[in-house]
Design a protein around this ligand. Structure first.
Ligand code: HEC
Length: 251
């Protein structure tokens, strides 16, 4: 009985990244991060530094670790990723003093190193895609998955502006399944990227953030099979050794 419950709990942990927000509501978009796509994570790292590190830190990650893991040469690392620091061994701090940002936004922008593990990749992906115009909010926007968010829509130039579609508010679930219509939002002013390009842009950032949350993961996946082969060989050797010892004793 107890084993049964334990199994259920483990299964629950495994699917915790599924398309379910903490509140139990379905998320408008799902996203399966790809931390084997180096090019995408390189773009994500570049974009994160350019658009996010002004406010958010990633203080459990160092620049040279990113450089090694994502195969970014030191020169490029220094010239195009390191805006808030000069030493490659430094952790990624935000450019903004925590106290001041609390006054400006009412919230200190949280550290994002472990964000995709805390909220799930699909949540972060949905968050970055579902800012919409809301003039009742101090920052002029609201967010579908974080209602009342105090973060401005920092990617508006790329995405453009979305508004909430009144018709959907009654809950026409059937229409939500359509491609690019996962959220009841309508683009009313285009940005510099097409909706498809913006989707990929956000995907790159989420891939990078998923790497940042577990930088050892792809390395661990590589080590796993080798460790299994090693253990199997060891097992065979131990078995042969055991046979060897017992032969003398039996006769
Ligand atoms: C101008 C400052 C600023 C910039 C730039 C910024 N953010 Fe934020 N961000 C905030 C603030 C403030 C919050 C807190 C929102 C709240 O809790 O209401 C926040 C919250 C978040 C959260 C939700 C945290 C949580 O779990 O509640 C995520 C995810 C996030 N930001 C991602 C990003 C990403 C990715 C970028 C770059 C594309 C970015 N932010 C750029 C200020 C900023």
């Amino acid at each position: 009985m107890r084993a049964h419950k334990l199994l259920l709990a483990i299964a629950g942990l495994l699917i915790s990244d599924a398309a379910v927000a903490a509140s139990g509501h379905a998320l408008p978009y799902t996203y399966q991060p790809d931390t084997s796509n180096i090019a995408s994570m390189q773009r994500g790292a570049r974009d994160f530094m350019a658009y996010c590190s002004g406010c958010h830190s990633m203080k459990y990650l160092r620049y040279n670790r990113i450089g090694n893991d994502l195969q970014i040469p030191e020169e490029l690392l220094k010239s195009s990723l390191m805006f808030t620091s000069t030493k490659v061994g430094d952790q990624i701090h935000s450019a903004m003093p925590a106290e001041a940002s609390k006054v400006w936004f009412g919230q200190t922008p949280p550290d994002l190193t472990l964000e995709t593990r805390a909220r799930g990749a699909s949540w972060v992906y949905s968050y970055l895609r579902t800012f919409y115009v809301d003039t009742t909010r101090p920052v002029g926007v609201n967010n579908l998955v974080l209602p009342g968010a105090s973060m401005p829509h920092v990617l508006w130039e790329l995405q453009g502006w979305q508004v909430k579609e009144a018709a959907h508010e009654g809950g026409e679930a059937a229409e939500h399944g359509e491609e690019h219509h996962g959220a009841p939002l309508k683009l009313v002013q285009a940005g510099t990227l097409s909706p498809d390009e913006y989707e990929k842009f956000v995907g790159d950032i989420v891939n990078f953030m998923s790497y940042a949350a577990e930088p050892g993961k792809s390395i661990r996946m590589g080590v796993g099979p080798k460790a299994m082969v090693y253990l199997l060989l060891l097992l065979v050797l131990c078995y042969l050794l055991k046979k060897e010892f017992w032969r003398d004793i039996k006769h």
